[in-house]
Design a protein around this ligand. Sequence first.
Ligand code: M6R
Length: 597
Amino acid sequence: MCGIIGYIGRKEKTLPVLIEGLKALEYRGYDSAGIAYQKNNKINIIKAVGRISNLEEKITPQDSTLGIGHTRWATHGKPSIKNSHPHQAGDITLVHNGIIENYVELKQTLSEKGYQFHTETDTEVAAVFIDYCYQSAKNMISALKKAQKRLKGSYAFGIINHKEPNVIYAMKKESPLVLGKTENELFLASDPLAISSHTKEICYLKEGSIAKLENNKVTLFEEKEITPTWTTLNIEDSKADKNGYEHYMLKEIYEQPKVIENTIKPYLTENGTQNIPDLHKYHKIQIVACGSAYHTGLVGKYIIEKFANIPVEVEIASEYRYKKVFYDKKTLVIVVSQSGETADTLASLRKANQDGIDTLAIVNVITSTIAREAKYILPVKAGTEIAVATTKAYLAQLSMFSLIAFELALKNNLLSEKETEDILYSYQTLPKQIKNLLKNINVKEISEKVYKHNDIFFLGRGIDYSICTEASLKLKEISYIHSEAYAAGELKHGTISLIEENTPVFSLITDKDIYEKTISNIKEVKARGANSIAIITKELDEESDYYDEKIIVPNTHTLLQPILNIIPFQLLSYEIAKLRGCDIDKPKNLAKSVTVE
Ligand code: M6R
């Protein structure tokens, strides 16, 4: 993953711009960080393992007119000072986001030529190779063009050549990279948000571009030299702030009533839906995404099939991009992504685009690559999500799928007037219901009872199972407890052997048509000693012996019910992780935006 930044401009600003930019990019990885800055014709490098704050502690104010910086999510080589960027070789110092896939072969070739390597990274090989190209070409643009031909994989580079002290070079393939400018300054960054407090004048680099930044001027090379296209970034500066909450995750959970209101409002009228592209011409939908976004697709499938009667396939993007896919002009490919930069999701989108298939992106970051490259876009209004574990963006994506299902059901004349009214009323009351649920729910006692366990299970059937997949991921990623989501009827085909005395089993029971079946499955685990915790809708609540504890969720229309159902699980994961003393907003080994495959 990783995030990179570069700056040429005012001498007192260079280090602060780099640090501020890296903080904004920290969601891309936080294993280590580093900067290189130019002072008195010398390149100085500072690195630190862990957070940007660790790097910041090592930096004293310095005058410098040029620098590059990096925040790392380790792929090749463990997090260490040695493996941290910037990497240096000969005249070259660089930062890199991406993976050089043929680094082993290049390393071998370069070693035979006498080059030495000091790290375990693929990036060092790129630095050495670019230096090697430069030493023969003696011209950076020719050297970078030559390097481009040999380097395989993905990259966004910020590069300094010691012999050209006032220049930064940038080069991009598959990893995101933007340039920015003001009258006297030039910037590069993995994400425009990292520089948006300084400039809104942005140039998105195309695949295969090389840029030279110097003297308030950008020279851009694609096939040949071209004039850069600058666009104005249409976003407001949003300062990250916990607003009194202990963690961003908790703040973001409590923002959900507003997020849902903001997301659904532009698409609803008194009688139905508006502003949604005409989708009923498609005979099949494929939903492609990763992680939690994939889990929203599972819910999307269920409700689109149920309400709109259109077949839906849901695919994990890292699989979809490499497999044989069956689609045609009557297929719509929907990609779902909070960040809009997830490498596998982006590659899947590009695959469909290249095959001439219509694509639609459900995306939170509207400046992202996915938002720019999809044929249609349905933005969700979650706002900036800081916590690595998604909550409000996931909920907003669920609401977007409900709108798509609603729109398609209306267009296909599948809803009676009464049901349409019920759904519209449910949308209207939904933000208030979320607010009340958040106000009244108490998950502390249950969390205290289960937080020391090493295995936790989540059971549900149908759409409840889809929610369980997300509940389980949420718990795993922030509390580091092993957990599994199971279709309730499937557990007895093997996994039930893991149920022991007191194993916590959370069951989601909200579907009236099959709840009795789920209850039978819960009894099976309870008979084997499980501690059964039911999350159940008000309508289905009854005094019974199949649970030891229960949490009640209010009812809404079935189309919207999943939006309420996930909330107790978000809070449970949060409380359990807190009791275990975990780093909730930045869980170990993770990054918010996964820009490598
Ligand atoms: O930005 P995206 O929505 O494309 O990200 C996809 C996943 O990486 C993401 O949902 C991940 O699973 C989250 N950490 C889950 O909380």
